[in-house]
Design a protein around this ligand. Structure first.
Ligand SMILES: [Zn+2]
Length: 182
């Protein structure tokens, strides 16, 4: 299932990632390289209601985002680049809980880099859930973070995810062009 979806995406998107990043969960010792693909269906103005303005982690090495998110991320990273020595984490371990975020000394609004750190937290889940990952996490992901048992995988992604920066030279020509145009 996972591989089927992955190959479907790779075919659809022409096989070139938008960019690559270093990502891992806190419990992992080694950084992994994760491919980020961009699609207009995940833009904030997309007509696909469940996909609009959201990112998704399909497998341990594939995250799909909107083009607008990719632009925002690159913009943030050009101003304050993350690296494996200084990775981005989700402030207070929550993207959506402004009280926890402010208590951790961060902005109440999360950055695109923090959203990517959260997705990096998800990339470890298929490594231990195997084929259960998509049905299990996909089913509860729309509930986001929260205090209930069904928020477990979302909370874990925010608490565990680390984004260790964009891999040098991995940004695709199309994203470079979009940044120049805007
Ligand atoms: Zn999530």
């Amino acid at each position: 299932m996972v591989n089927w979806l992955l190959s479907w995406w790779l075919r659809r998107l022409g096989g070139t990632p938008c960019f690559r990043i270093y990502g891992k969960a806190r419990v992992e010792s080694d950084w992994r390289i994760v491919n980020i693909y961009a699609t207009p269906r995940r833009n904030a103005d997309s007509r696909w209601p469940l996909w609009r303005g959201t990112c998704i982690t399909w497998t341990s090495d594939v995250i799909v985002v909107g083009w607008d998110f990719a632009e925002r991320l690159l913009h943030e990273q050009s101003e304050q680049p993350a690296c494996r020595e200084r990775p981005v984490e989700v402030a207070g371990g929550r993207l959506g809980d402004w009280q926890r975020r402010v208590a951790a000394g961060a902005s109440s609004q999360c950055s695109a880099s923090e959203v990517l750190a959260h997705e990096c937290g998800h990339t470890r889940q298929p490594l231990y859930l195997y084929d259960l990952y998509l049905p299990l996490v996909g089913a509860v992901t729309l509930f986001r973070e929260g205090p209930h048992w069904w928020n477990y995988f979302e909370n874990q992604a925010s608490e565990q995810g680390l984004f260790g920066g964009i891999v040098n030279g991995s940004v695709c020509a199309e994203l470079m062009q979009r940044i120049k145009d805007h």
